[in-house]
Design a protein around this ligand. Structure first.
Ligand code: N01
Length: 556
């Protein structure tokens, strides 16, 4: 490889979530030496950190799990169509143990910096008590992994218990008979609220903006369904593998106004009874694209909210007015609206009475102070770029990733970027737009393929050309305003984080385009991905010797 320094491992993977575990499996199966580091003490990523009551999938369980092993698919029996956090965490533990992956994982290890060393064509990755030089760095750090706390005056002064949904403790929180506040009504807030409402003495829900929540329609998987799932493994794997969204929901070929009002009402009622994302995918095909079609479905959902909530004034507060259905990522719920019919649950509309401060005993708004025993912060995440920007990654020519992405992420297929050789981030920004593990799985497969190719052909450095990064990033940004239903108020544009650049963070082009672009790159033998010796970032380029000194940094 033209270097006097050897890598400690071929591949270092950061993050033991759904994406990292699959990348680890692939790397190990292909015969690479591989190490994974994980900040937590266990595997599961999202399903390790978000252990709040009510946390569960809103993708069908059997489409979220892995498809690389028929045996795994057949032996693991999901109990519900949308399994809960504890079961999901058990599944990921089962996978790492079944495939003997745990011995590659170092827990309690947070990466503080990762610096490209052109002279050796390796990354020097360090954290507290940890230092490894790796040929390839794969940051499977997740898009929803950096919890966001709003800058409310006095937040730290609260003397009761305070929890963020995304950093939930392992020991169960005792809500019984407590005065509880939940701040935030995104997908996390609306899951936790109906589950704790029956236990608590009082529950005060602080809502700034309502969301269009519709029924998850979860239920146990019957013995017959279990048998059918096992028998249909290849068909399910192939259908999910080809699905534009990564789900099994069927697409409708009808437009909203093809039907009469009566037919439309009957169609909407059928869609209402579908599981989770069926509300979008199996809805009329123009529901997210045509504003009138969107308004029609939104009116139907608003009527359902009014029917579910006894107090008309509360119902009106729960109906979104700043966006139509799917203008933000819609949550899927069980008995959410019904929770507001309980005498111990109250809604505070922060648009009318904003939070002024958190005190030692409670939460103050323009309407006065309310005292609480527990505050639950369901206030979301620094989406998309949050974890990657905090990785301390410094690429070619000393360029920090945080700086390179200061105005928003620049990516190729949401998995790599120019200036950062041998660096990959499956499941990162610009990558997914549906059932996440399916997109990040596609990305992991692509990464495994390009690394294999580089190994076979003796290329020490893989770096995506700037032109390809520009092409993908520009297409994503354009389609964000044409194809994508999401409005700029969505955290998908980063607008929930004060000071963050407004830039689209999802894959607005969808999975077919992602797969098509990947196929083009593979068919061209990754044309342009392997810089010629002597070009910047390669071991024998001018200045390559100014790279970090491994002996000093590793202390080995
Ligand atoms: O976070 P969010 P989340 N004062 O950003 C409010 C996935 N997920 O953790 O809308 C008061 O959606 C904020 O209000 P507003 C899923 O992809 C999946 O709930 O900004 N309120 C909002 O109500 C989801 O989309 C599942 O006005 C403040 C809330 O906090 C993503 O994770 C389950 C505030 C944040 O909502 C994130 O969901 C859970 C302030 N200063 C999550 N600042 C599944 O079912 C923010 N808020 C699989």
């Amino acid at each position: 490889m033209g270097s006097d320094r050897d890598a400690d491992v071929d591949i270092l993977i950061v993050g033991a979530g759904v994406t990292g575990i699959y990348q680890l499996y692939r790397a190990r199966e292909a015969g690479y030496s591989v190490q994974m580091v994980e900040q937590g003490t266990g595997v599961g990523g999202t399903w390790y950190w978000n252990r709040y009551p009510g946390c569960r999938y809103d993708s069908e369980s059997y489409t979220y799990g892995y498809f690389f092993s028929a045996e795994l698919f057949r032996e693991w029996e999901w109990t519900e169509h949308f399994a809960g956090q504890a079961e999901n965490e058990r599944y990921f533990n089962h996978v790492v143990d079944k495939f003997d992956l745990r011995r590659h994982i170092r827990f309690n290890t947070k990466v503080a910096s990762a610096v490209w060393d052109a002279a050796s064509a390796t990354w020097l990755v360090t954290g507290e008590g940890f230092s490894t030089r790796t040929r390839y760095l794969v940051a499977a750090t997740g898009v929803l992994s950096v919890p966001f706390y709003p800058d409310v005056p006095g937040r730290e002064s609260f003397r009761g218990e305070a929890y963020h949904t995304g950093l939930w403790p392992k020991t169960p929180v005792d809500f019984a008979g407590k005065r509880v506040a939940v701040i935030g009504t995104g997908s996390s807030g609306v899951q936790v609220i109906p589950v704790i409402a029956p236990e608590v003495a009082s529950l005060t829900v602080y809502q700034r903006t309502p969301n269009w929540a519709t029924p998850l329609n979860n239920r146990p998987i019957t013995a017959q369904e279990q048998a059918e799932l096992k028998a249909s493994f290849p068909a399910i794997r192939d259908a999910v593998g080809k699905s534009p969204s990564g789900f099994l929901h069927t697409h409708s070929d009808k437009s909203t106004f093809d039907d009469s009002p009566e037919e439309r009402q009957a169609f909407y009622e059928r869609v209402w009874r579908l599981g989770g994302f069926g509300k979008i995918i199996s809805n009329y095909r123009d529901m997210t694209l045509n504003p009138e079609a969107n308004a029609e479905w939104s009116r139907f959902v608003a009527a359902k909210i009014r029917a579910a909530v006894d107090d008309p004034a509360t119902a009106e507060k729960l109906i979104p007015t700043d966006h139509g259905y799917a203008g933000k990522r819609p949550p899927y719920v069980t008995d959410y609206y019904e929770a507001f019919n309980r005498p111990n649950v109250e809604l505070v509309d922060l648009k009318q009475t904003p939070i002024t401060a958190v005190t030692e005993t409670g939460i103050g708004t323009a309407a006065g102070l309310r005292e609480f025993d527990i505050i639950v912060w369901a206030t979301g995440f620094d989406f998309g770029t949050g974890a990657l920007s905090r990785l301390g990654a410094v690429g070619r020519d000393g360029l920090p990733l945080k700086e390179y992405w200061a105005d928003g992420p620049l990516t190729y297929l949401g998995l790599m970027c120019h200036h950062f050789p041998n660096f990959f981030f499956p499941g990162g920004p610009h990558g997914a737009a549906g059932n996440n593990p399916r997109y990040s799985g596609d990305q992991s497969d692509f990464i495994a393929g390009v690394i294999d190719f580089a190994r076979e052909h003796g290329h020490p450095v893989i770096e995506v050309p700037k032109a390809l990064e520009d092409e993908w990033t520009n297409m994503v940004n354009e389609a964000a305003y044409t194809i994508s239903p999401f409005k700029e108020i969505s955290y998908f544009f980063g607008t929930n984080i004060p000071g963050k650049a407004k830039a689209f963070l999802l894959n607005s082009l969808g999975r077919p385009k992602l797969l098509q672009m990947m196929e083009t790159a593979v068919k061209s033998d990754y044309d342009g991905f392997f810089p010629a010796p002597g070009t910047p970032g390669t071991p024998d380029s001018p200045g390559a010797t100014d790279s970090p000194d491994s002996t000093q940094a590793t202390g080995r």
